[in-house]
Design a protein around this ligand. Structure first.
Ligand SMILES: Cc1ncc(COP(=O)(O)O)c(C=O)c1O
Length: 461
């Protein structure tokens, strides 16, 4: 055994607390044993089982990713077969392999004729790094070296690497890291809930006007790209207000600014359609995909390169030479094989449609159970995404006191009741994003569990 001698023989929990640097964790509290821990050992369908043998509904699909549910034999078989045949080969300098070829063609087929090439990475974060580099490269080739700023939105989540973390519009991911914000700007998040004085369509126009004003203030010749999720995800699960995407795309076109659409959460059926762009009539120049691409069974991301960018890249090769970007594990064969089997399941089982109908059913159930609760301000979502936003009893619309940490308490009680839900710290929001295979019976269970959790948390207030 290579375990350090002072760690030998301690419990798995204690070992974890003394060895891992966990993402998004209070490191000192965790190391001292003062913040919660959970060892998840197995998953099947929509449920996960922990080391104490307790099984709960995973109302968050891991991290919005296990779209086809846990324990799918088809994916296990695809991984095993690919590992046996060719566990690794790269795609540098013209090398390639069958799963990469098949997956590239499959993704372009799904995305439609405006997308011309696919670049593979491993995570949503690295895919968004690629997007930024592509937008810079594109404007360098076009002889516009100053057109480099990227505008993202407040409350956006685009990853936590150096550049993708800068694009992310959530201060928690910035604090203390000296991220290079020089070329990044943030604009209004399209959440009309806290602007009740405007109707949602007017609020959407205000978002577009804010973007237009920001581009003009910075100078259109300095703004290269706008990056956004089709709907707010990690920032609170908020569908775009009516007219938002039409108005935003008009502004981008007027200023010759690329649109990078981050479909890391929304892709592969999550919103009740294959992609958010199909649902909301968005025509991006570049698309970011990850998570549901493999349902989380293996790491893989993809950047779809649209015609406008591809044409410039192709023409620019004459002067710029080799496209000097890529990762050892770009288009990893095992991940690509898993993605192909995963797409088979999503299509064969009609999971986008199931997300649409069962997701709607879930939100209707939540609305029946909680819609008139004095602490519930809004129940919203799209496809298999739902959020309950809590407010102080009103009117007027007011936040609950921060000290109550109400959504965290609700999420903790949801887990006690038997469903994993996620507290979202923009106001008080609890989010749900169950696997797309969710049945109506399990949706009923989730509604009952969340309902009881809210009642219990409210009684404690
Ligand atoms: C919209 C969006 N983009 C990018 C990312 C980053 O993906 P990853 O965690 O795989 O780097 C996430 C992760 O949650 C996301 O939700």
């Amino acid at each position: 055994m290579t375990t350090p001698p002072d760690l030998a023989g301690i419990s798995p929990e204690a070992l974890d607390r003394r060895t891992l640097l966990h993402p998004l964790t209070h490191v000192a509290n965790y190391a001292a044993g003062n913040s919660p821990h959970r060892i998840v050992e197995a998953g099947s369908g929509v449920r996960v089982t922990d080391s104490r043998g307790r099984s709960v509904i995973d109302g968050f699909s891991g991290l919005y990713c296990v779209n086809v549910g846990y324990g799918r034999q088809e994916l296990v078989d695809a991984m095993t077969e690919q590992a046996r045949t060719l566990a690794f080969y790269h795609v540098f300098a013209g090398a390639t392999h069958p799963p990469a070829i098949a997956l590239g063609a499959r993704l372009l087929g799904l995305a439609g004729p405006s997308m011309k090439r696919v670049f593979f990475g491993l995570s949503g974060s690295d895919a968004n790094e690629t997007q930024v580099k592509l937008s810079w490269y594109y404007n360098n080739i076009r002889g516009r070296p100053a057109k480099k700023k990227i505008i993202a939105r407040r409350r956006a989540y685009h990853g936590s690497t150096v550049m993708s973390g800068s694009l992310t519009g959530i201060p928690l991911y910035h604090d203390g890291f000296d991220l290079p914000f020089g070329l990044v700007r943030h604009t209004t998040a399209p959440d009309p809930f806290w602007a009740p004085e405007l109707d949602p369509a007017a609020f959407a126009q205000r978002c577009a006007d804010d973007l237009d004003a920001l581009i003009r203030a910075e100078g259109p010749d300095t703004v290269g790209a706008f990056i956004a999720e089709p709907m707010i995800g990690t920032g609170g699960i908020v569908p775009p207000p009516p007219g938002y995407w039409r108005a935003i795309q008009e502004v981008l076109r007027a200023h010759d600014v690329l649109l990078i659409l981050d479909e890391v959460i929304t892709g592969f059926g999550r919103v009740g359609a294959m992609f958010g762009k199909d649902l909301w009539g968005i025509t991006p120049d570049l698309v970011t995909l990850a998570k549901g691409l493999t349902s989380g069974y293996a790491p893989l991301s993809a950047v779809l390169v649209g015609e406008r960018v591809w044409d410039v890249l192709q023409a620019g090769a004459a002067t710029h030479g080799i496209f000097g970007h890529g990762f050892t594990y770009s288009a990893h064969p095992i991940s690509a094989a898993v993605a192909l089997a995963n797409l088979d399941l999503i299509e064969k089982e009609g999971l986008a449609e199931n997300a649409r109908t069962v997701g709607e059913y879930l939100r209707a159930g939540l609305t029946d159970r909680l819609g008139s609760h004095p602490l519930v301000g809004e129940i919203r979502g799209t496809g298999m995404l739902a959020a309950v936003e809590f407010v102080a009893p009103g009117p007027p619309r007011r936040h609950l006191p921060k000290t109550a940490q109400f959504s965290s308490r609700v999420a903790a009680l949801c887990l006690e009741e038997g469903v994993l839900a996620r507290p979202i710290p923009f106001g008080d929001i609890v989010g749900l994003a169950p696997p797309l295979v969710l049945t109506r019976e399990d949706a009923d269970l989730i509604v009952a569990m969340v309902g009881r959790a809210v009642d219990r948390a409210a009684a404690e207030l």
